[in-house]
Design a protein. Sequence first.
Length: 226
Amino acid sequence: MQSLSFTQEYFLCALNPKGKAPLSLEGTFQACVLAGGIAELLDRGYFTLGQKDRLTPGLPWDGGLPHLVPLHAAIASSRKPPTAKDLADRYVVMSGKLGKELFASFGQSLVAAGCATRSTEPGWFGEKARFAPRPQAVTRVIERVRAEVLEAGPIDDQTICLIALLDKSKLLKQYFSKVERGMLRERLRQARATGPYKSVGRVVDHVETMVAAIVTVIVVTAPGAS
């Protein structure tokens, strides 16, 4: 199996066995995928944060994050540098086009990595693709996180970001014991302090800020919202 980015690992762990995002997580799941994807693009230097947190062009696109092709294209094609909120509006309001493209892109990347299987099911407007996680792939991610947290040494930056997304989605309880969850959250606290996690702490803080903003947009614009 190929190695995955932290947002791909989050996507894999958040899906249910049928390859769907649980309904109880739908808004937060979308927000975490979008926020995590933006963080990965920033980390690779494809974009930088300009005035008012607008995503401005950085390094030329070289296809280094194939699961984020739709997101990169959405940002790059904007008439003016967008904010995370602007992208959230497009994610939901514009018929969910960006959201659907991202779901398919992430799912296909997991299939290519040997971490999921693809299937289809009938939908109102044609067949819908589903990407069922391979249990051994999910176990591999969770066991790696558990091993890193229980060891005395430093924890990988990517793992810190994954923990932040799982925590935001209230998914830690699904995979870790109460004692382990306490240890994981202590790692997140450390990520905001000085030391080896200072730089990734800024990433985690930015992801959490984006998630909060994006969830607000998704909830307000979702069908049935008042």
